[in-house]
Design a protein around this ligand. Structure first.
Ligand SMILES: Nc1ncnc2c1ncn2[C@@H]1O[C@H](COP(=O)(O)OP(=O)(O)OP(=O)(O)O)[C@@H](O)[C@H]1O
Ligand SMILES: [Mg+2]
Length: 331
């Protein structure tokens, strides 16, 4: 019997280390710098590696490592990366009965890493958005306790409500990490969804977009999230910490200092780590925050989005003990 089912993309990621001389500084770009290649040239790449990822797969690996019985519900192409993803999950012990093989290539990302530790992602969103909810064989999953919904992009964003409705009908708890496509569905559609969600996870940029409040006004964002979602609200801020509201209580946690090797999957590692900590501690928010931060920190220390995730036997790491969390009221 599965305790948790994850939803979201599965991708085949190719990481390329871009030589420094391909970086240009220019105010023509929002970030002030860009990766540039001379048209028609062949560029030598110093280092590269492949990895599997995508929000649905990344979060499933965290739950597996944390000792849960987990299944992944998503779609892959009828191609080599699709078969490899299914094999990887099966061999690891993640349930694959809900995976659909569809007539579109498996999602693929090419990720440019630079010595400045910024990454640029070229994402092909293929098979993942083809999941047909009507074809999902629900009888295979025997009422899990939680659904963890990683960002659903493109056409798949429209299935958000259907997944959440199914959960509600079957008394399954829902954690959702909304992505930009879902936030663009509009407030009306989202408010119907958010009524049925137990934990809402966002990064600061997404939280600003959802609440229509400037990202500098963190207190205003948390207040507004609390108005639109009557449950646990989590906002991650990269190296700047995490804010969590639970009714009128606000938790403000610091991130750990770490040398970032590869940031891919940080959000998924935090989100699934947070839910794992929450479930294991019988809903103690601070335990959720500590597990989320420890898992995300551990994730970004190594290459790939699933290689650095904490293992279940690392029950309460030194890192978790040291994380500073302030607690106050939402004002
Ligand atoms: N530079 C960093 N230093 C320390 N911790 C970090 C850093 N970046 C991310 N983290 C950890 O990862 C968590 C999630 O990161 P972030 O807020 O950037 O999520 P995200 O934008 O959703 O990420 P993703 O790009 O994976 O979707 C943070 O709460 C923090 O614990
Ligand atoms: Mg994210």
């Amino acid at each position: 019997m599965f305790e948790i089912v994850t939803f979201g993309s599965s991708t085949w990621d190719i990481f390329l280390k871009v030589p420094d001389n391909q970086l240009i500084k220019s105010q023509d770009f929002l970030s002030g710098s860009a990766v540039a290649f001379n048209l028609g040239s062949k560029i030598d790449i110093e280092d590269m590696y492949f990895s599997f990822g995508g929000g649905g797969v990344n979060s499933a690996f965290t739950f597996l490592n944390q000792g849960f019985n987990v299944a992944y519900c998503g779609s892959v192409g009828k191609d080599i990366p699709g078969k490899e993803i299914i094999n990887l999950l099966k061999e690891a012990g993640i349930g694959t009965d809900l995976i659909q093989e569809v007539d579109k290539p498996t999602n693929n990302s090419v990720i440019f890493n630079t010595s400045e530790n910024e990454r640029t992602v070229l994402a092909y969103r293929g098979a993942s958005e083809m999941l047909d909810m009507e074809e999902v064989y629900w009888s295979h999953i025997d009422s899990p306790l939680w659904f963890y919904i990683a960002p659903l992009s493109g056409k798949l964003s429209k299935s958000t409500e259907e997944i959440v409705n199914f959960a509600k009908k079957n008394k399954i708890k829902v954690a959702i990490n909304l992505g930009n496509s879902q936030i663009s569905l509009g407030k009306e559609k989202l408010s119907a969804v958010l009524k049925k969600v137990d934990v809402l996870l966002l990064n600061l940029e997404e939280a600003a977009l959802l609440t229509c409040i400037n990202s500098n006004d963190e207190a205003g964002i948390m207040r507004e999230l609390n108005n639109i979602h009557n449950g646990i609200n989590v906002v991650t801020k990269g190296d700047q910490g995490v804010l969590v509201s639970d009714k009128d209580i606000l938790f403000d946690a610091f991130s750990c200092k770490v040398k970032v090797v590869d940031k891919t999957g940080a959000g998924d590692a935090f989100g699934a780590g947070f839910i794992s900590g929450l479930i294991k501690s019988n809903y103690d928010i601070e335990s959720g925050i500590r597990r989320g931060i420890a898992n995300a920190t551990s994730c970004i220390k190594v290459k790939g989005s699933i290689n650095g995730l904490l293992r279940a036997e690392e029950v309460f790491t030194d890192m978790e003990e040291k994380i500073k969390i302030d607690k106050g009221k939402i004002i």
